[in-house]
Design a protein around this ligand. Structure first.
Ligand code: 5AD
Ligand code: FES
Length: 349
């Protein structure tokens, strides 16, 4: 069976050609199940049974960009906008710490209201108050800003390149440039952050060939964390009538990336859990080792609508944490203690 040969090669060499990746992306039935099994085995061998939780703080729903798929896009006049002030963000980070989180992810739309000095001050205050790793996810900034955030204490940075297909990128990100995004990712890496990037699965017009390129680009960027999830159409965006991405294809991408990058951190994303009630469980069973529950107040959660139907939106943060823990335990895994730094990053230091 050809798939077995490819999987053995991936298992031994952590490298595949584009055609081999495409072959795996097209696998179905038993072959697909075998791909998931290999990925689960590699996950267990390289990063173990610990599942690390990251407390997600979505601190601003304002965005200056107009990405075609995203509910926060500036042209969405129906979107409810909010900005959390510094003290409030620090309070939520403290609460996350008290609930047991050892990483907080500060995420927002691209919102220039949060100047370099404001972001640095938030990072420093959180670090003064609690011993957590800080992940930033606030989009494209200048080299000087990334440098200042790092010096202020930010440990990690998440920014998906969304799609490696230049034409699709241009079409769905008016006024933005793929080259600039990649340059930002390289700066982030060079500044010593743990780098997280990834892509969307199922953007209209995206092909299997594109997905194979996306996987290869994550590999080339040598990402320490890999965030990928299915596209979900939002009713107040130009892509409202498009079909959602496929859960199965997302799981295949997760599995292939786990085989290629055995010691990177890979979350089972909220979007996966939104399209399929068992999506996060399925992700955790084919390579994923991270979950990122939202720790914000309900009043904000409801307003940060990247896509509709987001899970956990009506749950308060404590309940959500308990729920996720029981999911992890039901899979025979355990909640990781400590910062849960990417092993990929650790080994390179
Ligand atoms: N469906 C799925 N994911 C989305 N994102 C934004 N809009 C959507 C959508 N409609 C993802 C993007 C972004 C991340 C924060 O959320 O990939 O990088
Ligand atoms: Fe949030 Fe289940 S994970 S309520």
């Amino acid at each position: 069976m050809k798939v077995k040969e490819i999987l053995d090669k991936a298992y031994n060499e952590h490298h595949l050609t584009k055609d081999e990746i495409k072959f795996l992306l097209n696998s179905e039935g038993e072959e697909k199940e075998l791909l998931f099994e290999y990925a689960d085995r590699v996950r267990k061998e390289y990063v173990g049974d610990d599942v690390y939780l990251r407390g997600l703080i979505e601190f601003s729903s304002y965005c200056k960009n107009d990405c075609f798929y995203c509910g926060l896009r500036r042209s969405n006049k129906e979107a409810q906008r909010y900005r959390m002030q510094e003290d409030e963000i620090v309070e939520v980070a403290k609460r996350a710490y008290d609930m047991g989180y050892r990483t907080v992810v500060l995420q927002s739309g691209e919102d220039p209201y949060y100047t370099k000095d404001k972001v640095c001050s938030i990072i420093k205050k959180i670090k003064e108050e609690v011993d957590v790793a800080i992940t930033l996810s606030i989009g494209e900034r200048s080299y000087e800003e990334y440098k200042a955030f790092r010096e202020a204490g930010a440990d990690r940075y998440l920014m998906r390149f969304e799609t490696s297909n230049r034409e699709l990128y241009q079409k769905y990100h008016p006024g933005m440039s793929f080259e600039n995004r990649i340059e930002c990712l390289r700066w982030i890496k060079s500044l010593g952050y743990e780098l997280g990037t990834g892509f969307l699965i199922g953007l209209p017009g995206q092909t299997i060939d594109d997905l194979a390129n996306d996987i290869l680009l994550v590999y080339e960027l040598d990402s320490d964390m890999i965030g990928i999830g299915p596209f979900i159409p939002h009713p107040h965006t130009p892509l409202k009538d498009a079909e959602a991405g496929s859960v199965d294809l997302t799981l295949k991408c997760i599995s292939i990336l786990r085989l290629l990058m055995p010691d990177s951190n890979i979350p089972a994303t909220t979007a996966l859990g939104t399209l399929d009630p068992l999506g996060r469980q399925k992700g955790l069973k084919c390579g994923a080792n991270i979950v990122m529950p939202n720790v914000n107040d309900l009043k904000y959660k409801l307003k940060y609508e990247l896509y509709p139907g987001k899970i956990c939106i009506n749950e308060d943060a404590t309940k959500c944490r308990g729920c996720i823990e029981s999911i992890i335990i039901s899979l025979g895994r355990k909640v990781g203690q400590g910062f849960g730094q990417s092993r990929h990053y650790e080994l390179k230091k």
